[in-house]
Design a protein around this ligand. Structure first.
Ligand code: MLT
Length: 333
């Protein structure tokens, strides 16, 4: 240990004794000194995994320690979230999650953590629409034909999703409401494996984030039908927007955020937030996001406070939306 570090630790110890600093601040001051694990609560190859790996690459360079991605998938992202909620708040285990984290309390009656208090928001990442895709062998060629086909075939349609409360599941619920469809749900641990089964024609349709839907549509392995927003995605301009498909209420924008367990020291939060901000300003990240139709949040929303405000508001919003839709832990399955 260098002389400077020893002096800093001694000064901190004196501040702790004087009640000015808290134990643990010395560790926070040196942070990070070892590998950081970023938990992705969905399968590899899906949109959360893609975003996590892009960030991990940039954040590793900024923090001077490797940020490794670990996929802890299952139960709509709640297994990975529970794992992070249980870990020490030392900045070495982080969570990337999206709006499903905020919908879960309305859809799971057995969560092992209190969503409102279990996490320290570190900063918002990206936001963007979803895209309804289908296997290439579906008879429908256009959005209008697909809606007519879905209405005609009713409960014969198989709709893949990434677990109860995942974006793909919430999007499928909104689609059901918009067109009065009663499809058969086929749950996966993430939209990565779900998309593989669309490509091979095992299931009919999937509502996926643009991040992983766009590359498949562009390479022609699946058919893109509807973008869940009023604005088209540049890379797939030919795919109808929800209003153009006659479904203006089929409107859903996802968002990802970065989290640590509750009680993470402020000095660690500040370092991670700064590394995240550098990643979001990285031209490679911006370019990759743009190519797949997703957008980094603007700098005015990069602070942990802005993230916390959105996070708490989204818990209330999804609680209200799901209640109005009559979706409960019992009916969601
Ligand atoms: C994933 O990475 O598989 C997705 O984020 C799952 C989802 O649709 O929520």
């Amino acid at each position: 240990m260098s002389f400077a570090i020893r002096c800093r630790r001694l000064a901190l110890a004196l501040l702790v004794l004087a009640g000015v600093a808290r134990p643990g601040d010395a560790a926070a001051d040196d942070y990070p000194t070892r590998i950081i694990t970023l938990v992705v609560p969905f399968a590899a190859g899906g949109p959360s995994d893609v975003i996590a790996r892009l960030l991990a690459h940039s954040m590793s360079q900024t923090l001077g320690q490797q940020v490794i991605v670990e996929n802890v998938a299952g139960a709509g992202g709640t297994i990975g979230a529970a794992r992070v909620a249980r870990t020490a708040p030392d900045g070495y285990t982080l969570l990337i999650h999206h709006l499903a984290l905020t919908a879960a309390p309305s859809l799971y009656s057995n969560l092992s953590y209190d969503t409102r208090t279990a996490f320290t928001p570190l900063g918002l990442i990206n936001t963007g629409p979803m895209v309804l895709v289908g296997r290439k062998t579906l008879a429908a060629q256009t959005a209008q034909e697909l809606v007519a086909y879905f209405k005609r075939e009713g409960d014969k349609i198989t709709m893949a999703h990434a677990g109860v409360g995942s974006n793909a599941h919430l999007c499928a619920i909104l689609l059901s409401q918009a067109i009065g469809l009663k499809q058969v749900y086929v749950p996966y641990n993430g939209t990565g494996p779900a998309m593989n089964d669309i490509v091979t024609g095992q299931v009919d349709a999937l509502c996926d984030q643009s991040t992983t839907a766009v590359p498949q549509i562009v390479s022609g392995t699946v058919r893109g039908y509807i973008v869940t927003s009023a604005t088209p995605i540049d890379a797939i301009k030919e795919v109808a927007t929800a209003p153009a498909a006659g479904l203006p209420e089929f409107d859903m924008a996802i968002w990802h955020g970065l989290y640590a367990p509750k009680d993470t020291p402020p000095a660690v939060v500040a370092k991670l937030n700064k590394a995240l901000a550098i990643a979001l300003a990285d031209s490679l990240v911006i370019e990759r996001f743009k190519a797949v139709g997703t957008t980094p949040f603007p700098p005015s929303e990069w602070s942990p406070e802005a993230h916390k405000t959105r996070f708490l508001a989204e818990i209330d919003r999804w609680g209200g939306l799901l209640k109005t839709a009559g979706v409960t832990p019992a009916t969601a399955r």
